[in-house]
Ligand binder design. Structure first.
Ligand SMILES: [Zn+2]
Ligand SMILES: [Zn+2]
Length: 255
């Protein structure tokens, strides 16, 4: 397997907001890490898989004692959490006791995650190594150091902006999103995203609940959303977001 030129790629999305991705991951596990610079404090939403060290590759993330929010405990979002002193998550997500893989072998990992993917699963979930000598068979999800609870309605204050926690179960029991009313944007985790493939939103994993997912989507339908910064794939604008919510509700309420 080749060695990746850069394991993490960071791109500025708008003023004060950057996205970090791991392009060498298989697309099912290639989750977005968001870095929002507030006036008083930075916010990091999700932490990637933990294959390579965020502290080594992206030291600027750690400069301003960031507030780290894990939208849910799936390993592609929580794998790097152990590098931070404090991580915030919903109490129903157990990021300190992760259930997860000890290898990046494709089929094993897909089975452990409960992925019933229509896509063929590759032998390895990575296409390149983070550094020479890395052994993908030795990957381990490391427990996060400490987690503080975030529940529905709580707010996160960065000085010049405030985000509200929305508990939106369905994909996982404690999935949360962060809503910024001032610019109608939403950090959504895996509640809503657009992979632009035949993949559906995942609601049949261990811990998923379709009725909860429907209720969460109805709640999002009533929210004024211009822009979604999701856990996977591109930024969603208002119309595409409404379309994905509408499709999900149509498919799942006419079973
Ligand atoms: Zn997930
Ligand atoms: Zn995910």
């Amino acid at each position: 397997m080749p060695v990746a030129d850069r394991w993490f790629v960071k791109t500025q999305v708008r003023d004060h907001l950057s996205i970090i991705v791991e392009p060498s991951m298989h697309f099912l596990l290639r989750a977005n890490i968001w870095h929002l610079r507030g006036r008083d404090r930075d916010l990091i939403v999700d932490t990637g898989l933990g294959v390579a060290s965020l502290r080594t590759h992206l030291p600027t993330l750690f400069e301003r004692d960031p507030l780290v929010v894990i939208t849910h405990a799936h390993l592609d979002h929580s794998g790097g959490a152990h590098e931070f002193d404090q991580c915030h998550a919903h109490p129903l997500e157990h990021i300190t006791n992760p259930v997860g893989g000890n290898t990046l072998r494709g089929r094993e990992l897909a089975d452990q995650l409960g992925l019933n993917s229509a896509q063929p699963v590759p032998e390895w979930m990575i296409k390149a190594l983070p550094h020479p000598g890395y052994r993908p068979q030795d990957y381990t999800l490391r427990p996060a150091r400490a987690s503080r609870s975030l529940t529905d309605g709580q707010t996160i204050d960065l000085g010049d902006r405030e985000l509200t926690v929305l508990h939106l179960p369905g994909h996982s029991p404690g999935s949360i999103a962060l809503y910024d009313q001032s610019n109608r944007s939403l950090f959504s985790g895996d509640v809503i995203y657009d992979l632009d493939t035949d993949e559906q939103l995942l609601d049949d994993l261990h811990g998923s609940n379709i009725d909860d997912y429907i209720a969460s989507m109805r709640r999002l339908q009533d929210l004024d959303i211009d822009c979604v910064y999701s856990g996977h794939g591109p930024v969603l604008q208002r119309d595409r977001c409404a379309e994905i919510i509408g499709t999900y509700l149509r498919d799942r309420t006419h079973r």
